[in-house]
Design a protein around this ligand. Structure first.
Ligand SMILES: NC(=O)c1ccc[n+]([C@@H]2O[C@H](COP(=O)([O-])OP(=O)(O)OC[C@H]3O[C@@H](n4cnc5c(N)ncnc54)[C@H](OP(=O)(O)O)[C@@H]3O)[C@@H](O)[C@H]2O)c1
Length: 313
């Protein structure tokens, strides 16, 4: 039998359910709108984004409201760094993936997503690199193999996977952390390493030249270029190998600021296609004072530090 009380209870339950459904619907809508916002953001893929130059680049892109993908040889470590980067308060999301050019099969999660177009970066930064100080007399085939896999093969593979989306959308680009063409004492002493890096610069120039001619230069915003530093940077590559100390270095933000200027503060970015961009020259031209990156007053040029170290060896 229906009593007044049971009617009220039933009605209250009904209203509660209705309100809860409304609340859930509102939350789903917010999540949906947020996902749409995040999906509409541009994505940058930075190889070797777990430390050093790559990490500075990742911070810079996150601040520019990009979705950022960083890679490292260890999946968990890449994810841990990505989580930290997500503390920078912008809409973009940072994700970490395993990418080890010496273990292509183990890196298949990211490579498959690039292949099946689940991930389509607007910008690819070929930053990961391995430095070995051997000369032509003491280099071994195993060490040559490692350097060429990381410094040459890897960037070609990733560029292959990313370029079509960039060509199609007519915006974004592929950048290489590789040296300018120059044969000097350093390239002679470090012949194997320099060859593996200069191959990237050669590839960059050919890739820039391969932007389809069906896309008129004034109708796209694509950039394919290399960037390099004139200075030793405060990263593991310099410190852990004993090439220099903290006081010999510039902060690696000198390179991320160079890329920021290039991509976000350059009118006709495509005019840099095929070019080798050097941080000091580029920032000086824009009247950006580079002394702020110096870790001490006594920072000398990268080549000088390298030569001093190699002669001592
Ligand atoms: N430091 C300098 O003074 C200087 C000067 C000129 C140019 N550069 C260039 O800057 C770039 C970054 O170097 P860095 O100085 O930042 O050195 P770093 O701190 O040693 O960083 C190297 C990066 O490469 C990744 N990496 C190493 N081996 C790899 C592999 N097998 N497969 C995929 N990724 C790998 C590392 O990731 P995990 O360790 O997390 O796996 C790390 O994120 C390099 O291309 C280098 O040539 C540096």
């Amino acid at each position: 039998m229906y009593t007044h009380q049971s009617y009220n209870v039933k009605n209250n339950v009904k209203n509660n359910v209705k309100n809860n459904v409304k609340k859930i619907y509102k939350h789903i809508r917010i999540i949906f709108l947020y996902m749409r916002l995040v999906n509409n953001l541009k994505t940058v893929l930075i190889t070797g984004g777990t430390r050093g130059v790559g990490l500075e680049l990742a911070k810079m892109f996150k601040k520019q409201n990009y979705n950022v993908i960083i890679t490292g040889r260890d999946s968990n470590y890449s994810k841990k760094i990505a989580k930290k980067l997500n503390n920078i308060n912008t809409n973009g999301i940072v994700k970490g993936y395993k990418l080890d050019f010496l273990d292509i099969n183990g890196s298949s999660k990211l490579l498959n997503k690039l292949q099946d177009k689940t991930i389509q970066p607007t910008i690819l930064i070929n930053n990961a690199g391995v430095l070995m100080l051997d000369n032509i007399n003491n280099i071994t085939d195993k060490r040559l193999d490692t350097m060429f896999k990381v410094n040459t093969y890897g960037p070609i593979l990733l560029s292959k996977l990313c370029k079509d989306h960039i060509w199609k959308t007519r915006e974004g680009g592929i950048l290489f952390n590789s040296p300018p063409y120059q044969i000097d004492n350093k390239t002679t002493h470090l012949m194997p390493y320099m060859q593996s890096k200069l191959a990237q610069t050669t590839f960059m120039k050919s890739l820039a030249n391969s932007i389809p001619q069906s896309i008129p230069t004034d109708k796209h915003n694509i950039i394919v270029a290399s960037f390099w530093t004139n200075y030793p940077l405060l990263t593991d590559a310099i410190i852990k190998r004993g090439i220099g100390k903290e006081e010999d270095c510039m902060h690696p933000a000198i390179l991320s600021d160079t890329i920021k200027e290039l991509l976000f503060n350059t009118k006709n970015v495509s005019s840099y296609n095929g070019k080798e961009i050097i941080d000091e020259d580029f920032l000086n031209k824009r009247k950006i004072d580079i002394t702020k990156y110096k870790m001490s007053k006594n920072v000398s040029k990268l080549d000088k530090l390298f030569m001093n170290h190699l002669i001592k060896k």
